[in-house]
Ligand binder design. Structure first.
Ligand code: ACO
Length: 269
């Protein structure tokens, strides 16, 4: 029987989802992409999950697209198969970008090319110092497609993005943090503990506000100031209609009870 290309465990309201093809350095085959979408579907609205962490089994986070199964074998089946495979891959990354729960990429090892799609899709990213990141497309003769070029310019300075894409040189977790490709890098032995710590902070927050906030941060990046102002008023009003209780409670504990300060901590849920 074939091993499931995606594994997951739910514990203490955190869903630990892992690329699970360690012998292939977790590269993304069409089967993995289809399975990942199923897993994301299964977890998205579970009441017992507040945060999703995406990591990899073994020495890799993900070595990018499966050059054999995603490229060579799919291309041999013609344009229809190519477009289907692209839609499957891009589909789960898009789904992850707008996921209901906050998401954290826990980059434990290799992260190449197509891996930048899910890396960017996760709201936060923490890497091992030992991890290696690369836009390696240039090394085998293509451009960084599947959104990877867009991810590079969204997250890096133009100079760093250009250097990264043109040279195909891999950088380690520390450099990735310096370039802001990830939030932070820590020694591999501490990575899971650090991610758990951040997940626990998120678990204290109002889930309606978390979803509204993560969407707002992504959406306003592409808006003019006036459009952003308008969007944010409407997004808050929409969130009020199904998250009213949380907001009212947050106001009450600050203004009436004086039990916390929103500038310093979250209200007691
Ligand atoms: N596509 C297909 N197979 C892969 C991929 C990949 N992206 N990455 C690793 N594998 C396979 C190898 O072919 C090998 O298979 P085999 O055991 O059947 O021979 C197995 O995974 C293990 O790989 P090794 O190279 O032996 O592992 P090692 O730990 O020495 O090196 C490394 C890891 C550096 C990640 C190396 O595998 C590599 O360079 N992979 C390709 C990375 C890459 O450039 N990906 C494409 C990015 S571009 C894009 O995604 C569009």
């Amino acid at each position: 029987m074939e091993t499931d290309p995606v594994s997951y465990v739910i514990a203490d309201r955190i869903a630990w989802v892992r690329f699970n093809r360690p012998e292939k350095r977790n590269c993304m085959s069409p089967a993995l992409n289809r399975r990942m979408l199923e897993v994301l579907d299964q977890i998205e609205f579970r009441e017992d999950v507040g945060v999703l962490v995406l990591s990899g089994e073994g020495s890799a986070w993900s070595a990018g697209m499966d050059l054999k199964e995603y490229f060579r074998e799919t291309e041999a089946q013609g344009l229809g198969a190519i477009r289907r495979s692209q839609a499957e891959a891009y589909g789960w990354w898009r789904r992850l970008r707008w996921y209901q729960k906050p998401t954290i990429a826990m980059v434990n090892g290799w992260c190449f090319g197509g891996g930048y799609g899910p890396l960017f899709a996760c709201d936060l990213a923490f890497a091992a110092d030992e991890a290696k990141f690369g836009l390696s497309e240039i090394n085998w003769g293509i451009l960084p497609g599947g959104g990877a070029s867009k991810v590079a310019v969204e997250l890096l300075s133009l100079r760093d993005a250009m250097y990264h894409a043109l040279t195909g040189e891999a950088i380690d977790g520390r450099k990735a943090a310096e370039w802001k490709l990830v939030n932070e890098s820590v020694p591999l032995a501490q990575l899971e503990a650090r991610v758990r710590e951040v997940a626990e902070v998120l678990l204290q927050k109002n889930p309606v506000a978390l979803k509204a906030t993560k969407d707002a941060i992504r959406r306003v990046k592409e808006m003019t100031y006036d459009n952003a102002e308008d969007y944010l008023v409407r997004a808050q009003e929409a969130a009020n209609s199904y998250g009213r209780h949380g907001r009212d409670e947050g106001l009450r504990q600050f203004i009436d009870d004086k039990t916390y300060k929103p500038g310093l901590a979250a209200y007691d849920r």
